[in-house]
Design a protein around this ligand. Structure first.
Ligand SMILES: *[C@@H]1O[C@H](CO)[C@@H](O)[C@H](O)[C@H]1NC(C)=O
Ligand SMILES: *[C@@H]1O[C@H](CO)[C@@H](O)[C@H](O)[C@H]1NC(C)=O
Ligand SMILES: [Mg+2]
Length: 264
């Protein structure tokens, strides 16, 4: 009897140790038998990881250090398959439609802001080598990779970049990369086809003004400076919400997909 009571207490302890379980008491078979006949059970695994990815893209899931280990293959397939390319293309086609719809005057200082990593250039190769986001960020290893200056362009971003230039829109690049990586970054950008821009802003880490500040704050301050110089920010593209939210926002901002990591 004592053992049974103990087991019972133990079972309750386990059940409650998971904290707030949203599934508890919910009948997950709400669909009608007809709807259920359309569902394919072998998608269950993907649905969990695609819900996670949707949560990340919608800025509901934040501050994650690594992706869920069980989603490694899902993220690999997403990034290396057609879906990621299609998602990126959809975002950038929309951005171009918007830019084209504007009445651009050459002297009007119409400006488009771009982020670099995972926006103009891709680090997918680096993350492929390091478990597709399942391993915590290693700044030393990442900087080593950046210093090689061998990042490829995101093909659709390069295309949009050239189309914006053809529309007489100015380009401003704001990156989280530090001043010390300016030379290799400019070289890398040039080598893959990003030749012309009016501004390229690196994070000044020497004066300490951005010490302890988030990317969201840093990029907001730099956009404000651009505005004061006469740039009119009509568009902004980044792979993190911190690239595009905050103050001095663009008239329209575009979020590229990035299921690999989170930057506040
Ligand atoms: C981070 O990367 C560096 C350089 O590749 C390596 O020497 C170091 O062991 C790594 N640190 C961790 C915690 O994995
Ligand atoms: C464009 O920017 C220049 C300085 O970069 C500024 O003098 C000028 O007033 C700006 N023009 C407009 C229309 O904002
Ligand atoms: Mg980025």
């Amino acid at each position: 009897m004592k053992t049974i009571v103990l087991l019972f207490v133990f079972a309750i302890a386990i059940a409650t140790s998971h904290g707030f379980d949203l599934d508890h008491g919910i009948d997950n078979n709400m669909d009608s038998p007809k709807l259920r006949s359309f569902s394919r059970n072998h998608y269950d695994y993907d649905i969990t990881c695609s819900s996670w990815r949707l949560g990340v893209e919608a800025n509901n899931i934040i501050r994650f250090k690594t992706i869920p280990a069980k989603c490694k293959d899902y993220i690999r397939n997403y990034l290396l398959g057609d879906q990621s390319r299609a998602d990126i293309k959809a975002v950038l086609s929309e951005a171009y439609s918007y830019a084209k719809s504007l009445d651009i005057i050459k002297a009007g200082n119409y400006t488009w802001v771009f982020d670099i990593d995972e926006t103009l250039l891709s680090n997918v190769e680096y993350y492929a080598d390091r478990g597709f986001g399942t391993i915590p960020h290693n700044a030393t290893a990442f900087n080593k990779w950046i210093e090689k200056g061998k990042l490829p362009a995101l093909p659709h971003s390069l295309k949009l970049y050239n189309k914006l230039l053809a529309l007489d829109i100015k380009i401003a690049i704001i990156t989280e990369r530090p001043e010390t990586q300016r030379k290799i970054t400019v070289k890398n950008l040039r080598n893959v086809g990003y030749l012309k821009y009016d501004k390229i802003i690196f994070k000044d880490t020497t004066k300490g003004i951005y010490k302890g500040k988030t990317t969201l704050v840093y990029k907001s301050v730099e956009r404000k400076k651009l505005e004061k110089e006469g740039f009119r920010i009509i568009g902004n593209i980044g792979d993190q919400w911190s690239d595009i939210l905050g103050t001095s926002r663009a008239v329209r901002s575009f979020k590229l997909p990035n299921p690999l990591f989170y930057v506040a």
